[in-house]
Ligand binder design. Structure first.
Ligand code: ADP
Length: 592
């Protein structure tokens, strides 16, 4: 057993403390700073000098005070009780801390991440005598009405199960024993600890195979993210970022949602903390929290905790992925995380790169997003899990050439370009169709059981996008020389593009039906909009005037298709018959 290292503080610089006498300490060891037991992490070692980032306010801490090396890396507790929790950046339960200590948490508060008193009903899925290894599922706990928590063998534990029994246990009681080949015994518990800085182990990575359906038409049809995929969304003020995040949290077809908030202002996170728990899961009617974990940092919490929060969040998310679940992690905003990195780096007197960010900024951002993916989980029974990561960025002044945005865009495969101008025009969700992109579009096909339908949907989105692009060019022409200069087909292109925008892309988050659209309904809606276009082109060829086409009453029905309930989707297909009939009538009356 190694001796506990005790060093002495020689310098305090905001969240960074330098201690001497730390020979033998390792990078990323967690330390306890001063008598107050502030939690910190070693981020630089030079000789016997260790630079430590401290997760709590360091005022009042001074040279000469002790630093104790715990010789363990920064870790989180994983087990039943995670769901419905609200944590700070280093997994201290905010709700219980606040209850215990009032609005302002005192320093050095050491609340465990998982409640030690609560008992959970554990049902083993293996028997005594079963041989197990890391990642093997040994039992289950119904954690909430929405999440069945799989208890897995921790890393580096393998052997034969003994004394496993169904029953009610707290997270740190022994639920069974694992006897290794050399006869040594390890107690198995409902909880395990896991370091946060490195990705959790997995058996293998799998290519994406389906999209993470969000029920938001502009996202699913045009800029989808896959199960296991990565997306970035900038959030200029007033662009509807909060509504989008709520919509995603509500409707995304993930089994577990982890939300990491690094707030801009103190009260912004408080909003999330009060609003999020009130949201309801539309599928079950249960509170959304029953499948969510929140990690919250307000800007009045120390920067180092903000730096750690994304790692805490993603490790928890990976843990649920390892159970074989579809998990979505939303981080808002990663720019605040990067700023925390910058501040620590400045305090460490590292050589700054662009905009004062450390040279490793891009590498850290990439490493974070690379923890997303669709995977073959470690252990038996064989299972597949996925972790999608959606990161919001908030560059100063909305400037997309900002280092954080650029480093993020290098790694993510989807960009939802939220535009304040669209929001001013009340076009919601304000995702700009011309500047957004997704490299996962080909997986849209896989959402449909009927492959031909999937293929057709893909074709429809390509056609719709090309009309939207054409619209932006035609608008320029109209601006220069007036609408009269346009040919009838150009005029039709403008009208159809308007219909795509208003009847398909525009989606009201607050309308009971419109708030969510299934893939089948999205297909029917888009097909109908473009069916009108096709028939209108034929009519134009038959010399029908565009003004007459645009006056057809069926257009009203197309516009209202979004409000047709899912149970009546077939009636959208019938609108196409009405289009045919009305167009035919136009052409016949023309001939007559
Ligand atoms: P931000 O968080 O970017 O400042 P919000 O998400 O609060 O902006 O959105 C501002 C307002 O825009 C909302 O109060 C709401 O009225 C409107 N809005 C945003 N998105 C939608 C949407 N999808 N449907 C309807 N209204 C929306």
């Amino acid at each position: 057993m190694e001796e506990t290292k005790v060093g002495r503080i020689v310098k305090v610089s905001g969240p960074v403390v330098v201690a001497e006498g730390m020979t033998g300490a390792r990078m990323y060891d967690v330390v306890h700073v001063s008598e107050m037991n502030l939690i910190g992490e070693i981020v630089e070692l030079r000789g016997d000098l260790a630079s430590i980032q401290v997760y709590e306010e360091t005022s009042g801490v001074g040279p000469g005070e002790q630093v104790i090396d715990t010789q363990a890396p920064l870790s989180v507790e994983l087990g039943p009780g995670l769901i419905e929790s609200i944590y700070d950046g280093i997994q201290r339960p905010l709700d219980s801390l606040v209850q215990l200590e009032g609005e302002f948490m005192s320093r050095g508060s050491a609340m465990p991440g998982l409640n030690r008193e609560k008992k959970w009903h554990f049902k083993p899925t293996v028997n005594n005598g079963t041989k197990v290894g890391p990642g093997d599922v040994i039992g289950e706990v119904q954690e909430t009405t929405l999440v069945l928590h799989k208890i897995m063998v921790p890393r580096a534990v393998a052997g034969t199960i003994q004394n496993i029994a169904e029953g009610d246990y707290t997270v740190d009681q022994t639920i069974g024993i694992c006897v290794a080949e050399d006869g040594s015994e390890k107690e198995l518990k409902l909880m395990q600890e896991c370091p946060v800085r490195n990705a959790r182990q997995l058996r293998g990575r799998l290519a994406p195979n389906s999209i993470l359906v969000t029920g938001q038409r502009v996202i699913d049809a045009f800029f989808p993210v896959t199960k296991g995929g990565t997306a970035c969304v900038p959030g200029p003020f007033g662009s509807g970022k909060t509504v989008i995040q709520h919509q995603l949290a509500k409707w995304v077809d993930a089994e577990v949602v982890v939300y990491v908030g690094c707030g801009e202002r103190g009260n912004e996170m408080t909003d999330v903390l009060t609003e999020f728990p009130e949201l309801k899961d539309p599928h079950s009617g249960e509170p959304l929290m029953k499948r969510s974990v929140l990690i919250a940092n307000t800007s009045n919490m120390p920067v180092a905790a903000r730096e750690a929060s994304v790692y805490t969040g993603i490790t928890i998310a990976e843990y649920f992925r390892d159970m074989g679940y579809v998990v979505a992690l939303m981080a808002d905003s990663t720019s605040r995380w990067a700023e925390a990195m910058r501040e620590i780096s400045t305090r460490l007197e590292e050589m700054p790169a662009e905009e004062g960010y450390p040279a490793y900024l891009a590498a850290r951002i990439a490493a974070f997003y690379e923890r997303a993916g669709r995977v073959q989980c470690l252990g038996t029974p064989e299972r597949e899990g996925s972790l999608s990561v959606i990161g919001a960025v908030s560059p100063p002044g909305g400037d997309l050439s900002d280092s954080v945005v650029q480093a993020t865009l290098h790694v993510v495969k989807v960009f939802w370009s939220l535009q304040a101008e669209l929001a001013y025009q009340r076009h919601f969700p304000a995702i700009d169709w011309l500047t957004s992109y997704s490299f996962y579009k080909q997986y849209l096909r896989e959402c449909f059981e009927d492959k031909d339908q999937g293929q057709e949907m893909h074709g429809l989105t390509v056609e719709a996008m090309s009309l939207l692009e054409q619209e932006s060019e035609l608008r320029e022409i109209v601006r220069l020389v007036g609408a009269e200069a346009l040919s009838p087909t150009d005029r039709l292109a403008l009208e159809t593009a308007r219909s795509i925008r208003e009847d398909f892309l525009h989606q009201n988050a607050f309308h009971d039906v419109d708030t969510h659209t299934s893939m089948t309904k999205q297909y029917e809606m888009l097909k109908t909009v473009l069916h009108f276009h096709k028939r209108a082109l034929e009519a134009i060829k038959a010399d029908v005037e565009t003004a007459q086409i645009f006056k057809l009453v069926v257009r009203e029905e197309i516009a209202r298709a979004k409000y047709i309930p899912e149970s009546d989707v077939d009636s959208i297909a019938r609108i196409r018959n009405t289009i045919d009939a009305q167009m035919r009538q136009l052409q016949t009356s023309k001939v007559v």
